[in-house]
Structures are given as C-alpha cells and as structure tokens.
Design a protein around this ligand. Structure first.
Ligand SMILES: [Zn+2]
Length: 180
C-alpha cells in the first residue's frame, strides 16, 4: 500500500431530487431511454428526470456544485441537451475525486405511463451509463397517490460511493508522452 495521509471517508452518500411537468407531443425520456407515451417531460434539456436526479446525487455525494450550477438553464448550449452529458460530468467528477459507485437506488413517482414494463430496460441503461452491474441499480415506480400531481414526474435517488484511489489533480487531461 502506498504511504498516504488520505483522510477522506471510505464511503460517501449522495441524494438527488428532480421533477418535470408533462407536455403533449414531446418524447418521454426516462433513464436515458425513450418510452412510448403521448406526453414527454418539458424542460430546457431533454427533461430526463431520472438522469437529472442521479446526476445531482453523484454531485452531492462529493459536495460538488449541483446540476443547475454546472448546466444553467439560461445557457443556450443546454437547450434540448441529451441529459447523458450531465450524468457523464457527474460521473467524471466522482472518479476524479477518487470514488466509484457502490450502488444507486431510485424512486420514480408518476401517474403514467406504467414503468413496470420498461423497468428492466431503464435499469440496464442506467447501469451501462454508470459503468456498474445491473444489480447495483434499484428502481421503484410509484403513482402519486393523494399528491394531486398527475401531470408531473418526480425522481428521488440515493447513491453510495466507495473510495478507490487518490483524488486526481485537476490538471487538463493529457496523454503522457515520456521523454527519453
Ligand atoms: Zn431536471
């Protein structure tokens, strides 16, 4: 083992929440896949409520700025953006901090469409995006009983990180070319 004064915690927890409103005749993206439905989730980006909550959970776990600070809705670059971009930035920051994902657990709250038939596909896609085993992605779907939120989709996510290595210095990424 290398000599180290690494005082960082062995594990860190992160929590993310997001909500979006349904709008007619736009694609419905949840967890990086497009679900068949007559409405999609409005937003400045593609409105992927689950990927946004996962991204915020990752960023929160390492006490980084949140998704709204990193990708402000006022910035035209993120108009209609694929939310995978946001997730990848969160993941990069986690890895650069010297942590990896142990597991995530998510709850989706929406009246329709039914998530059950798509649950396996969403979990598989999220696991692929995060580079973890499918067993490390939990997903539950609930209807908004008593909440009077029939036209919204909500996601809650927790993530557990494990320390893997020393944090990377925040130097620009370059291929090391050894001088001989
Ligand atoms: Zn969002």
């Amino acid at each position: 083992m290398p000599k180290t004064n690494d005082q960082r915690p062995a594990t860190r927890i992160g929590y993310g929440f997001d909500s979006h409103e349904f709008r007619l005749a736009i694609p419905l993206k949840i967890g990086g896949i497009t679900l068949p439905h007559d409405k999609g989730l409005g937003g400045h980006s593609d409105g992927d409520v689950l990927l946004h909550a996962i991204t915020d959970a990752l960023l929160g776990a390492i006490a980084a700025p949140d998704i709204g600070a990193l990708f402000p809705p006022s910035d035209p670059r993120w108009k209609g953006a694929d939310s995978v971009i946001f997730l990848q930035e969160g993941l990069k920051r986690v890895r650069d901090s010297g942590y990896s994902i142990a597991n995530i657990d998510a709850s989706l709250i929406l009246a329709a469409p039914k998530i059950g038939p798509h649950s396996a596909a969403i979990r598989a896609r999220v696991a692929e995006l995060l580079g973890v085993h499918g067993d490390c992605v939990g997903l539950k779907a609930k209807t908004p009983e008593g909440l009077n939120l029939e036209n919204a989709a909500i996601a809650h996510v927790v993530v557990l990180l494990e320390k893997t290595s020393r944090p990377k210095k925040t130097a620009p990424r370059k291929k090391a070319s050894k001088k001989r």
